[in-house]
Design a protein around this ligand. Structure first.
Ligand code: PLP
Length: 286
């Protein structure tokens, strides 16, 4: 059966889900996106994703075409229509198709484009959770407002393609000798003295929803957390390394540019934080 997508007010089969070639998302990457995980048919940490959506659109002076409550209803209806048990809901809002290829915003009322679709993925049972993944390092060539979840992802496309070609699962982007974040994930290490380190939020990184939840869950369990930048040398000397994202949860990193982190196996704290996050996800999903 064809998947069902949402396009500007209608639920339609994926094969009929289309937007204009003049859409500013297509022409200028003038748009924002969000991805929320689905576990047992429910949305994980969705309030956090919707809060970030509101912030992102605010930062680019774009109004949402629906209220946040209505957007969550649309997400839920899409999950139901697609019978989705485990996977994710993708959402994108752009500044519409009303300007031709005029860089300036539409003069009159903006009619934003809002689209959503779902993807099936067994996040909890993903094999990479057991094996860990390798990461490669690439220079961070992105713009300087990475805190906005913009659909302008070309730098990440190239970074993650380079990772795939190298047989790695993610690219860690490096700026001024320090890791900013993964191509589509937040980066963490556990130091030899059991301090969890992840870069502080700011315009250099996307404020990851999973990162935020993992930091809070770790602190609640008296784990020391330092929000600061770290280098690859520090990561290679660490006890453990991992990444977080909505569609991976907590994922061990076992090599960096082919060099092992500790013994090259997923670390116990990473495994524990993954379990804690899965419990949190199940307990709070809506
Ligand atoms: N950093 C970047 C650049 C991302 O693209 C993502 C997710 O796509 C993340 C971090 C992780 O964010 P979240 O945990 O909200 O999925």
């Amino acid at each position: 059966m064809d998947q069902i997508a949402y396009v500007n007010g209608s639920f339609v089969p994926m094969s009929e889900a289309k937007v204009s070639i003049l859409d500013r998302g297509f022409l200028f990457a003038d748009g924002i996106y969000e991805v929320a995980a689905v576990l047992d048919g429910k949305l994980v940490d969705n309030a956090s994703h919707l809060a970030r959506l509101e912030r992102s659109v605010g930062e680019i002076a774009l109004g949402l075409p629906e209220t946040i409550d209505r957007i969550q209803e649309i997400q839920k209806e899409l999950i139901a229509r697609n019978n989705l048990a485990n996977g994710m809901v993708y959402l994108e809002v752009t500044r519409g198709a009303d300007t031709g290829r005029d860089f300036a915003f539409p003069k009159n009322d903006v009619k934003p484009t809002l689209i959503l679709f779902t993807t099936v993925k067994d996040i909890v049972g993903a094999p990479s959770a057991k094996t860990g993944i390798g990461v490669i390092t690439v220079p961070d060539i992105r713009w300087t407002r990475r805190d906005i979840k913009s659909v302008a992802l070309l730098a990440q496309v190239l970074a993650k393609q380079a990772a795939a070609e190298a047989g790695a699962g993610e690219a860690w982007m490096i700026e001024d000798g320090k890791v900013t974040e993964g191509g589509s994930s937040s980066a963490f290490i556990l130091t030899q003295d059991d301090v969890l380190v992840t870069r502080q939020n700011g315009s250099e990184i996307l404020p990851g929803c999973t990162r935020k939840a993992v930091v809070a869950l770790a602190e609640e369990r008296q784990l020391r957390v330092e929000e600061r930048a770290f280098s690859i040398e520090e990561a290679l000397a660490a006890k453990e390394a991992f990444i977080t994202s909505a569609t991976l949860f907590v994922q061990a990193v076992v090599t960096i540019d082919g060099k092992p982190v500790a013994n090259g196996k997923p670390g116990p704290m990473t495994g524990r934080l993954r379990e804690i996050y899965v419990d949190f996800a199940r307990a709070t999903a809506v």
